[in-house]
Design a protein around this ligand. Structure first.
Ligand code: SF4
Length: 291
């Protein structure tokens, strides 16, 4: 009997350690007043307001993710903006292309998507049609982050595909890139009713998925589109009028806050400011030889 109890305690301890390792991976180091559950959905505790995100947390690796990462021989490889590994090998340029879709990196994003599953962790699940995970180059040097899917995105399951998305495509093209060269995602993965701003509990429940995506892609620059995305990512109450066009930081990654394309559709006079912001991104990437 005592031996069975010892075995159960050992099993629970293993599960608890696994849970804590998972939280470290997504940057959560403080789980507040409640201990992590030994069983159940891996993210369900993220809905509790006591959770704090520590951006300085070391990038520990979830065992499931580790299993799908590139092997040691490919570690240390740098990827340029187009997903091509940067190697010293001479030879003609192969031109711009998107990385193969079945790379180990892609599989790791798939693991994050599998974790989301048919998510009902927050109330945004009640009215959505599709979860909008994000899409693009898993080795992108440039990532765009919006606030939440809209009607077109909800219907298709793809980010930024409506009129605002077409405008984003033009913004991306303005610096000589294609949509496939970058990665595009939102802070929350399900459409809020009537396109309202996501509520605090919805954001805090869903944002760990975005953070995991960003930590995996590890871009050189993140462009936040609109105030909610900027304030969520940079943990700030700073206004857009103050921050727009100024470099900020997320976990050591440069962040450029700018207006959301949907706002530009309502007020086209702001396009000039967005162009100035995007030009700074282009100049930085060019200086770093990532373009
Ligand atoms: S918004 Fe995020 S946390 Fe909420 S149901 Fe959708 S995927 Fe789950």
């Amino acid at each position: 009997m005592a031996r069975e109890t010892d075995a159960e305690i050992a099993e629970i301890t293993i599960q608890l350690k696994e849970h804590l390792r998972f939280y470290r991976e997504i940057g959560v180091t403080d789980i507040g007043g409640g201990a992590a559950k030994a069983t159940g959905e891996p993210h369900e505790e993220a809905a509790t307001p006591a959770i704090e995100v520590d951006y300085s947390a070391p990038d520990s690796i979830h065992p499931q993710r580790k299993a799908t990462m590139p092997d040691e021989s490919s570690r240390g490889l740098e990827f340029n903006l187009f997903g091509e590994p940067i190697t010293p090998a001479p030879g003609p340029k192969s031109g711009r292309h998107v990385a193969a879709t079945q790379t180990p990196c892609d599989l790791s994003l798939e693991v994050i998507r599998e974790d989301i599953g048919d998510c009902t962790r927050c109330k945004l699940s009640e009215h959505r049609t599709n979860i909008v995970f994000g899409e693009g180059n898993p080795h992108a040097r440039l990532v765009f982050v919006g606030e939440a899917p809209g009607a077109d995105e909800d219907a298709t399951g793809r980010p930024f595909v409506g009129r605002a998305g077409q405008l984003l495509d033009k913004i991306i093209a303005s610096i000589g890139l294609r949509r496939e060269d970058v990665y595009i995602a939102n802070v929350v993965k399900c459409r809020p009713p009537q396109n309202r701003t996501p509520e605090k509990d919805e954001t805090s429940t869903c944002e760990p998925f975005l953070f995991r995506q960003l930590r995996f892609i590890n871009p050189s620059v993140i462009v936040t589109l609109g105030l909610p995305a900027f304030q969520t990512l940079c943990r700030t109450r700073e206004s857009m009028s103050r921050a727009r066009g100024q470099w900020r930081d997320w976990n050591g990654v440069k962040v450029m806050p700018t207006f959301h394309p949907a706002y530009l559709l309502r007020d086209p006079t702001k396009k000039r400011e967005v162009w100035e912001d995007i030009r700074k991104v282009r100049d930085y990437l060019a200086k770093e030889k990532l373009l």
